[in-house]
Structures are given as structure tokens and as C-alpha cells.
Design a protein around this ligand. Structure first.
Ligand SMILES: [Zn+2]
Length: 204
């Protein structure tokens, strides 16, 4: 036998996504926040579809972000293209190995973790059911927490560029991998934002 669960949404309550003001839906018209005027929804509109679209775009761009050179170093009569991985290998073999670990973490581990875990959340939410709901909620909180540090990836890569620049008479230019990598960061950030974790509980 299933128990009827009383939720805020079933009682007509919703929270503003911008200022978190609690409102109650009293009529079928005008759903705007009384405090900030934002449009109110019980759930983020087309949450799963938007998240999937952003994830697909991010996954496609993940390949050029890692395969194309992220920077081109030009010194006297000598050009060198570096991808994220080859940059990490260069850093690892020198005295800046702690930076190699940091770059590896924020530019390889973090984006992969976000892509894989968001895909897992979208698929499991789409299928519905109670499978590991608590763990899935915790996973979403982890992604949300990492999201605040998203720009760290871009920051570290720019730090990498300035470090190489300092090393000698060389000029650095961003390669095609750089905009692809920045796009992956921005797209996964928006994907995490457009996912509504309450859908997991709705569909359970
Ligand atoms: Zn509001």
C-alpha cells in the first residue's frame, strides 16, 4: 500500500528561485514573486530536457577541450603546442609538480565528475523510482558545491599560461582547446543549475 505524501507543492506552496520568498498559489493567473517579481514555478520548467541538452553540448566539446592544444608557446625560432594533458606532464616533470596535481584535479577530474554524475542523475530521475535517493541527493549537493568553484579550472589554466610566460623569452597564445574547455566549464555549470533535484523525489 502506498502512503499519500503531503508536499508543499501539493498544497500550492512554492518558493521563489531568485529570493527564496515562499508564496501560495491562490488562483490560476499571475505567478510572480511578491518580493522580487520573478516568475514562479513549482519545478524548474523543462528541467530534464535543458540539462540533457547542456550535457550533450558539454560532452561534445569535452573531446576538443582535451585533444586540441590549449596553448601555443613561441620562443626564438621554436613553436610548441600543449594540450591540457601534455601541460600537466610538463609541470609534473619540473619543480611545479604540486601545480600539476592541482591542474589535473580541476581540469580533468572535476569536469569528468560533473559530466558523469549529472548524466547519472538525469537518467535515474527520468526512470523514476526510489533507487538510492539519499545518495543521489547527496551527489547533487556535491555537484552544487563544486559548481561554486567552477571558474577555478579556467583560473588555473590562465595561471599556467602566466607561469610559462615568466619562465623565459616566450610568448603564449591560447589554442582552440581553450575556448572549448571554457565552454565545457560554463555548460556543465548551467547544466547543474537547470537540474531540479526535487524531480527525483517527485518521481519516486
Ligand atoms: Zn523572489
Amino acid at each position: 500500500m502506498t502512503k499519500a505524501v503531503i508536499t508543499a507543492a501539493s498544497r500550492g506552496f512554492y518558493v521563489c528561485q531568485v529570493c527564496e520568498q515562499l508564496s501560495q498559489r491562490v488562483s490560476e493567473v499571475a505567478h510572480y514573486c511578491v518580493r522580487c517579481g520573478a516568475n514562479l514555478h513549482f519545478r524548474k520548467p523543462q528541467s530534464l530536457q535543458r540539462t540533457v541538452a547542456l550535457l550533450v553540448a558539454a560532452t561534445i566539446l569535452y573531446a576538443p577541450a582535451n585533444l586540441l592544444p590549449i596553448m601555443r608557446t613561441t620562443s626564438v625560432g621554436y613553436d610548441q603546442d600543449d594540450t591540457i594533458l601534455s601541460g600537466i606532464v610538463t609541470l609534473w616533470s619540473g619543480p611545479s609538480w604540486p601545480l600539476a596535481i592541482l591542474v589535473f584535479f580541476v581540469s580533468i577530474i572535476v569536469p569528468s565528475f560533473k559530466l558523469i554524475s549529472l548524466s547519472l542523475l538525469v537518467i535515474s530521475t527520468h526512470r523514476g523510482g526510489k533507487w538510492r535517493l539519499q545518495e543521489r541527493a547527496a551527489l547533487y549537493r556535491a555537484i552544487d558545491f563544486i559548481g561554486r568553484w567552477s571558474m577555478l579550472d579556467v583560473f588555473v589554466v590562465s595561471l599556467l599560461v602566466s607561469l610559462v610566460q615568466l619562465r623565459g623569452v616566450a610568448s603564449i597564445h591560447a589554442g582552440f582547446g581553450a575556448p572549448a574547455f571554457a565552454s565545457v566549464v560554463v555548460l556543465t555549470m548551467y547544466a547543474a543549475q537547470s537540474f531540479d533535484p526535487r524531480l527525483m523525489w517527485d518521481r519516486a
